[in-house]
Design a protein around this ligand. Structure first.
Ligand code: SF4
Ligand code: SF4
Length: 253
């Protein structure tokens, strides 16, 4: 639903609680899974393609559209909605969300919106949560109260936040236009697009170019890269930043 909502002017503090409950008994159940503008981050794509047992390239071709990213130097992705009446999310079933365990960050976090802040160059990212309200969402009228920590735990936000933070750091680097004057969709930007959004193609690329072997990594790190798409995504982010002239986070052998 694209009606405009409101957002709390200040981020919630850890000690704050908010009133909300979403369950099949609310009158608006699944209203928010229709006609929604849903941005997808690299880890969202990775989890959804795993859940649907699709190659990431097929997932992109079928379920994703390019959109404006957070700045002009790299595109964002949004979910392609079904053309059926009401434009439902393609993963919506009669019983509810068909990808619930792997649903994207935006669905997990709602009715909160998460931003991040970097206090110093050396520091990690700090989360900021804002409470949003849309007129169609009746979850705010339910009596249940959550603290931020309870919401985080119940929605299992940890992994999504972790990998979204890696992405936020890389995207901030992209915002400095590291494409060596290539402009949009040049070879370097296409390489970056593959690393960020098409993890199965990047896996094939690492094997073809024997990429992992070129860096000093512990045995357990190599094993993780073989077995985990998420580990490969983080490796890819670090590798990419080095290739594009940013921080060298991987040591060559
Ligand atoms: S992914 Fe699931 S929760 Fe999110 S909009 Fe689609 S059906 Fe709804
Ligand atoms: S309560 Fe809000 S989040 Fe839950 S189904 Fe209704 S509109 Fe969606």
């Amino acid at each position: 639903m694209n009606e405009l909502g409101t957002c709390s002017p200040e981020p919630l503090q850890t000690k704050d609680s908010f009133r909300f409950r979403c369950h099949p008994g609310v009158p608006c159940f699944l209203v928010c899974c229709r006609n929604v503008r849903m941005l997808l981050y690299p880890y969202d794509v990775l989890r959804l393609k795993q859940c649907l047992r699709m190659h990431s390239a097929d997932f992109l071709a079928r379920h994703v559209e390019l959109c404006e990213g957070s700045h002009q130097y790299f595109p964002g992705l949004k979910l392609r909605l079904s053309e059926q009446e009401g434009n439902p999310c393609p993963f919506l079933t009669e019983e509810g969300c068909g990808v619930y365990q792997d649903r994207p960050s935006a669905c997990r976090t709602y009715p909160l919106e998460r931003g991040v802040r970097k206090e110093t160059q050396q520091a990690g990212l700090t989360s900021l949560y804002f409470l949003t309200r849309h007129p169609w969402c009746k979850g705010h009228e339910e009596p249940h109260q959550y603290t931020l920590r309870q919401w985080d735990r119940e929605q299992e936000l940890y992994d999504w936040n972790l990998y979204n933070d890696y992405w936020a750091e890389l995207d901030a680097f992209f915002s400095r236009n590291p494409w060596a004057g290539e402009g949009k969709a040049g070879p370097l930007q296409q390489l970056a697009f593959m690393v960020c959004y098409n993890i199965d193609a990047f896996r094939a690329y690492t094997e073809e170019h024997r990429l992992v072997e070129q860096y000093r990594l512990q045995k357990n790190e190599r094993r993780a890269l073989q077995n985990s798409d998420a580990a490969l995504l983080v490796f890819g982010f670090k590798w990419l930043e080095g290739v594009l002239g940013g921080r060298k986070q991987l040591l060559a052998r």
